[in-house]
Design a protein around this ligand. Sequence first.
Ligand code: NAD
Length: 304
Amino acid sequence: MSVSRIAFIGLGNMGGGMAANQAKAGRDVLAFDLSEAALKRAVEAGCKAAASAAEAVREADVVITMLPAGPHVRKVYDEQVLPNARPGTVMVDCSTIDVESARAVAAQVKAAGFRFADAPVSGGTAAADAGSLAFMVGCDEADFALVEEILAPMSRATIRAGDHGTGQAAKICNNMVLGISMIAVCEAVALAEKLGLDPERFFEITSKSSGQCWSVTSYYPWPGPVPAAPSNRGYEGGFATAMMLKDLKLAQDAAAKAGAATPMGAQAEGLYALFERLGAGGKDFSAILHLLRGQLGDIGLPKP
Ligand code: NAD
């Protein structure tokens, strides 16, 4: 089947770069977002603006959604995608949502006679812009090759996790690691500073030692050592604290239902919830460094 006409719905921090990479690969991208500014950026990057999600879907072979959370995805599939899709359309949701919503949407899509994959991503906005995201895919085995072809212009690795919903399961487990590891790195940086060790020098050391992890090497929370990290642009853009908190809540809900013990995940959820309450919901999650340093003023927030 053809994957040349793509309806791309949700052009935010992630979806904007992803849609642009589909256009760069020569595909016809019919883009829609509720935000006019986001839509304008997508058009500047080679996409065509659609007047509504429904209009984009009506002309597409493939629908890709990159929306904030489960309720947005359910609503958009219910009201815009399913009533307007042409026979044969393949639907791929790249948002991070709860496993239950992913399975409910998959069942609804399949009952309507279409193919579906949950395909959340890892890599952040830099990888979205560069076309080097990792995709974790829940889909029927027979559909995986097609899903891989659809995702190729945005991907450095596309891995099938299993059936519908397992892509989201992989994502929330992965992000629980990320949420916890970022706090660990921030605690260490704050301690290093208090002990008179330059945080940039600490980067040089820990990035080559056993503390090395993605939160250090690709996303260091102290400005300087990792130029693409949000710490170098006032923690704007990137992966919002509110989004990280959403993912940690998803992990805690899933853990409670599955009877899994996740005490560090629970601690991380509590800390990001506090950080959000202090006004940092829109800042990149790595800004939690400044809560741990006791220096919220450094990111423009009042002291609690
Ligand atoms: P974002 O808030 O920047 O973008 C979401 C976009 O969806 C916004 O532009 C919004 O206007 C649009 N939108 C909301 N409802 C809509 C609707 N009904 N129709 C059309 N557009 C609608 O969020 P983001 O950072 O791009 O994240 C998107 C998803 O990707 C989330 O599920 C997030 O958890 C996940 N994610 C984000 C990152 C990251 O680093 N930012 C990394 C991996 C995964």
